[in-house]
Design a protein around this ligand. Sequence first.
Ligand code: SF4
Length: 349
Amino acid sequence: MKPIQQALVDWYRAGHRDMPWRRSRDPYAIWVSEIMLQQTRVETVTPYFERWMTRFPTVSALAKAPLDDVLSHWAGLGYYARARNLHAAAGEIEQRYQGRFPSQSEAVRALPGIGPYTAGAILSIAFGQPAPILDGNVMRVLSRVFVIGGAVDDAAFKKQLWALAAELVPAEAPSHFNQAMMELGAMVCSPRAPGCSRCPLAGLCQARASETQERYPAPKIKKPLKTVHQVTVLLERRGKVLLVRRPAAGLWGGLWEPPTGELARGEAPALAAARVAKACTGFALDELEPLDRFEHVLTHRRMHFSAFRARPRGRLQLDHYEAARWLDAGAAKKLGVSAWTARLLRSLS
Ligand code: SF4
């Protein structure tokens, strides 16, 4: 192996963090963990991963589970398209490959929700193939060791680093090499004040030699968050609340929530609540009262919610939403709901 490969593999083998998915070479477990870890911290993922693997221990178990059950096991992790894609891909693996996770790159890449990074992780860790990986942590390590300048969201920069990662991943021990790069980026080669004195690549790193570590990679230019105002109405009837299911595609797709919509410019929240409830459910509202106000921040949006409770009058006529159910708060919490809906349901009990 080249010195950089040997140094990383030796360092990884000498000790690394213990995580439940690292005790396995099951491609399904590795796939689930990699999808959960996108945009989410290891400490947050660990209990979700353990609950998930207990409830859906195999591809087949996941494929056969109802989507609501899958989404409820994801509730709180955010980016729900990840859970919908896991479910859809499990269905494809079940049908096309009789539940056996494919080991060919093209077949893995063709599954819903699996991009080049996840495919590389599965192929190298589960199947021992020399497939490259590149995420934010790996980009930082490579751009520093080889002093390659560019911003992390720049396509040409990423392309260059992908080519480098492909060139570097060894035929021998690709799993340990890739995991070493992930671990080094996460634990040592941090964005600020990297721990160069304990880095296995210290002697090979050009950024360290020139003391320019923090110049690589260039930061992303942050776009300001868009502010959005929403109203949401908990409709209550005989001890039950109405939850409606969002369309499968788009934000919070397939999740259940109280009827919710955007506040028009200059509109009073209570009037907006009545308008949204009428438009989405056909109900007029009695005894409308404020319940809560809160903020929910997503990657690109800052959402301000004004929540109300009310008694509905009239007949249910659903629009925009795909399904509706009257549920008591306990049953409602078991459906796939977003973090903010869970918070509202808690406030009722
Ligand atoms: S020497 Fe420092 S900058 Fe270079 S890879 Fe190691 S931790 Fe990162």
